[in-house]
Design a protein around this ligand. Structure first.
Ligand code: ADP
Ligand code: AMP
Length: 216
């Protein structure tokens, strides 16, 4: 099964993709995570992408589709791919169809996480992750069980994204509205879109997604 999680920055795509990875053995394909890894490693792609990401704008369609294509060839996607943060433009949506078709695969669902825009700045400015294992947290909605200690790996080291500030978030939302939201009708016409209430708590959102994947 191959699915897209679609929604504005902070909608909860990464949170739900990690759950699906843990619960169903599907692979999370987050272009944001892959680009941040390229920036950290100082690869030519990372060097090109850094300024664009810091500004909250979109990296080129060719770059992100190239990394998705390479990622789809890895064995861990055999049980299914969860596209998180990709596609973000109509051109990427077309490229994704081609990448899947070349590999004899297809899209099963596009799951839209529907959220109030007002809530997103708070979600994003409160977001932090474990610097060791990448588990996601939030200052208000998901603190580690023991203060300062990662629930999963016990690390005491946490980090925040440089682009998770209020000013950049506004640009990222504008990019979502202008370039990403318009791809929904394209998928709607193909009967692929399912909606979940992204304002519900994380477990409830997970349950709504599970019901869709299990055909209930
Ligand atoms: P995205 O990948 O769509 O940008 P994330 O999954 O990183 O969003 O979620 C953004 C922040 O909001 C994270 O800190 C996460 O812990 C928190 N979060 C995710 N889902 C919910 C939810 N349903 N309710 C409250 N907070 C949430
Ligand atoms: P994310 O982790 O999904 O919030 O993405 C962080 C940043 O990476 C975005 O603001 C973009 O600059 C870049 N990015 C991630 N995915 C894409 C994509 N599919 N297309 C273009 N840019 C992307």
């Amino acid at each position: 099964m191959n699915i897209i999680l679609l929604g504005p920055p902070g909608a909860g795509k990464g949170t739900q993709a990690s759950r699906l990875e843990a619960e169903r053995g599907m692979a999370q394909l987050s272009t944001g995570d892959m680009l941040r890894a390229a920036v950290k490693a100082g690869t030519p792609t990372g060097i090109k992408a850094k300024a664009v990401m810091d500004a909250g704008e979109l990296v080129s369609d060719d770059i992100v589709s190239g990394i998705i294509g390479e990622r789809l060839d890895m064995a861990d996607t055999a049980k299914g791919a969860i596209f998180d943060g990709y596609p973000r433009t109509a051109a990427q949506a077309e490229l994704l169809d081609a990448l899947l078709a070349e590999r004899g695969r297809k899209l099963d669902y596009v799951i839209e996480l529907v959220v109030d825009e007002d809530a997103l700045v708070e979600r994003i400015t409160g977001r932090f992750t474990c610097a060791n294992c990448g588990t996601g947290y939030h200052d208000k909605f998901k603190l580690p069980k023991v203060e300062g200690t990662c629930d999963v790996c016990g690390s005491h080291d946490f980090k925040r994204r440089p682009d998770d500030n209020e000013e950049t978030v506004r640009t990222r939302m504008a990019e979502y509205r202008a370039k990403t939201a318009p791809i929904l009708p394209l998928y709607e016409a193909r009967g692929l879109v399912r909606r979940v209430d992204g304002m519900a708590d994380m477990d409830e959102v997970g349950a709504q997604i599970a019901a869709i994947l299990d055909g209930q």
